[in-house]
Design a protein around this ligand. Structure first.
Ligand code: CAA
Length: 264
């Protein structure tokens, strides 16, 4: 498949990491409906046929921005119904990223604002360059985050900080984003994508069914009461004992050799 606004390549050892670069540098990689649809098509492809791909890294073209938000020029004349449809497509993309049974890492270089911050938040974790900046400045435009920002920020950094970011529209630097738990790592500019790819490769050495189960239980548990979330963990833990990889992983440990996982 060819894309207008994305660069899609396979990289890493054995080309196992899908690297997707949002490529509209003249608009600081702003998200219009076409970009959202193209990103959704990439994720749909992975959901349908994960194959040899072991993880997804999402980044933005150029040194200045990951994504500077949803496309303001495209939104300026939207009707209520068009805005609802646009937000619904952004939400569907975020939900699909969370449903991917693979690690998804946002490699943020420069601005991750509005919809850009929200797409990064929909990834499993965020690596940021030292010059990265995060924020939900939608109130400056008299709107609010529409791609999941209010709820994912709430869950990631807590109510008080989410309220402050969404109500003031403040833009924070990478070190502050690290301090409040919005991002996982801050790296020198130019090293962010490589670090994200390395992390996916590290995860690729683990039992893939276990990695998928950990992601599923953590994402689902964030929206459950504790007793139900704990039960979900018990069930997922137990179900892995029906896999070949569980026997192989434990046998390899006891025999002091490297495990060879097959994803079965
Ligand atoms: N949409 C459309 N175009 C954008 C854009 C956006 N979100 N952000 C930047 N651009 C465009 C600018 O219009 C400009 O285009 P021209 O060269 O044709 O004029 C180009 O990108 C470069 O931007 P600036 O000249 O503004 O660059 P700067 O360095 O002076 O400022 C910035 C950088 C602080 C990121 C500034 O561009 C900015 O504030 N952008 C908007 C950020 C924003 O409000 N994001 C939230 C959008 S709403 C949203 O995302 C809703 C949602 O949740 C779904």
């Amino acid at each position: 498949m060819t894309y207008t606004h994305l660069q899609v390549e396979d990289c890493g050892a054995g080309a196992a990491v899908r690297l997707v670069t949002i490529n509209r540098p003249k608009a600081l990689n702003a998200l219009n409906r076409e970009v959202v649809r193209e990103l959704t098509a990439v994720v749909d492809g992975l959901l349908a046929l994960p194959g040899e791909t072991r993880g997804l890294v999402l980044t933005g073209a150029g040194p200045k921005a990951f994504v500077a938000g949803a496309d303001i020029a495209a939104m300026a004349t939207m009707s209520v119904d068009e805005a609802r449809a646009f937000a619904s497509e952004g939400h569907a993309l975020g939900e699909k990223l969370a449903a991917l049974p693979l690690p998804v890492v946002a490699a943020v270089n420069g601005f991750a604002l509005g919809g850009g911050c929200e797409i990064a938040l929909a990834c499993d974790f965020i690596y940021a360059s030292e010059n990265a900046k995060f924020g939900q400045p939608e109130v400056n435009l008299a709107v609010i985050p529409g791609f999941g920002g209010t709820q994912r920020l709430l869950r990631r950094v807590g109510l008080a900080r989410a309220l402050e970011l969404c109500m003031t529209g403040a833009i924070i630097r990478a070190d502050e984003a690290l301090r409040i738990g919005l991002v996982n790592r801050v790296l020198p500019a130019g090293e962010v994508v490589a670090a994200a790819v390395t992390t996916v490769e590290t995860i690729a050495q683990k039992g893939p069914l276990a990695v998928a189960a950990a992601k599923r239980v953590l994402h689902a548990g964030a929206d459950m009461v504790l007793a139900r979330a704990n039960q979900a963990e018990i069930e997922a833990f137990a179900s892995l004992f029906a896999t070949q990889d569980q026997r192989e992983g434990m046998a390899a440990f006891l025999e002091k050799r490297a495990a060879g996982f097959t994803g079965t």
